[in-house]
Design a protein around this ligand. Structure first.
Ligand SMILES: NC(=O)c1ccc[n+]([C@@H]2O[C@H](COP(=O)([O-])OP(=O)(O)OC[C@H]3O[C@@H](n4cnc5c(N)ncnc54)[C@H](OP(=O)(O)O)[C@@H]3O)[C@@H](O)[C@H]2O)c1
Length: 289
């Protein structure tokens, strides 16, 4: 089955099972392998072929997806294989750093494999959905060759560029977004919770605010790229005054004020550097530093 309709998935944890399941649903000849073979049972019942060894799994398909806990596990599994990786397109959907991705690309090249690094911006339940975002970086021809198969994993399949490190970089950048949004929500839920308001009542308002703020991103991005921060909406001085309200209110209510205090520390620095009259986009300099 050495054609565009065969794919191998190595690693059948929560995510790997979802990946293999999506390929099966789209009619791909799917070979799977996992250290704990029992995790393949359901997939085999759906039509997957369980390989006897990692080497057999790699040999079975031109496109080999690996999704295990970390890069150490990737190397533990694939290092001993040698020649069998030759002329395979290896797509690593294991989470890691840009440095590890670039090093693994060199490692793959030495073994004659073409390497794409990837990152999944979703939970296993969302794999295969039209709006599920997955990033890929590495040689464009390899992505183009297997784009149709990779699209089975999510409609938001996105090629980022030739630098293998880009997927991991975007991954952590998106995680930073996620935790900042979630932590903001949790701080807000704790504040209104102190007045007996439950989180479910607060959530719709929080969602509306998230939408409003994300509408600002394109304009702020333009200012960041231009390196000029005209305060078209409000100044950092105005933000700073509101941050003080947030800190005082948190302290008054006995809600954790560490995060608001930290944000104010960064903002104080921006003001000290002369950005009190700038837009909030000028805070980029605190993050770059
Ligand atoms: N779950 C998510 O929501 C999510 C979202 C985005 C990205 N990811 C990324 O996807 C990757 C897998 O996550 P997961 O949720 O599938 O984790 P998981 O359910 O814990 O599965 C881990 C997988 O790695 C394998 N593994 C770990 N160490 C190994 C080793 N030394 N040798 C061989 N196999 C080894 C496990 O094999 P055994 O079954 O034999 O233990 C299992 O297949 C991670 O890098 C994670 O960050 C996950």
């Amino acid at each position: 089955m050495m054609d565009q309709t065969s794919v191998t998935v190595i690693g059948l944890g929560l995510m790997g099972q979802a990946l293999a399941g999506a390929f099966l649903r789209d009619g791909f000849h799917t070979t799977v392998w996992n250290r704990t073979a029992a995790k393949a049972e359901q997939l085999v019942a759906q039509g997957a072929k369980l390989a006897d060894s990692v080497g057999d799994a790699v040999e079975a398909s031109p496109l080999v997806i690996v999704c295990v806990s970390d890069y150490e596990a990737v190397h533990k599994l694939l290092d001993p294989l040698g020649e069998v990786l030759k002329s395979r397109v290896l797509v690593n959907l294991t989470s890691g750093t840009s440095l590890a991705a670039r090093e693994t690309a060199e490692w793959a090249q030495q073994r004659g494999a073409t390497y794409l690094d990837g990152a999944i911006m979703a939970v296993p339940q969302a794999i295969g959905a039209a709006d599920t975002l997955l990033f890929y970086s590495g040689p464009r021809p390899a992505f183009d060759l297997h784009e149709q198969a990779l699209r089975s994993l999510g409609g938001g399949t996105t090629y980022l560029g030739g630098d293998h490190g880009l997927s991991s970089l975007y991954d952590v950048a998106m995680l930073s977004m996620m935790w900042n949004i979630l932590n903001g929500f949790l701080q807000g839920a704790a504040l209104v919770g102190a007045a007996g308001v439950d989180a479910a009542t607060f959530a719709p308002m929080a969602k509306m605010l998230s939408g409003t703020v994300t509408d600002w991103l394109a304009g702020y991005a333009q200012q960041i790229d231009d390196g000029t921060y005209p305060a078209l909406d409000s100044t950092i001085d105005t933000h700073l005054a509101a941050m003080e309200h947030l800190i005082h209110e948190s302290e008054f209510l006995g809600v954790n004020a560490e995060l608001p205090r930290f944000i104010k520390t960064l903002t104080d620095r921006a003001v000290a550097e002369g950005h009190g009259g700038s837009s909030y986009a000028a805070m980029i300099e605190q993050f770059r530093a």
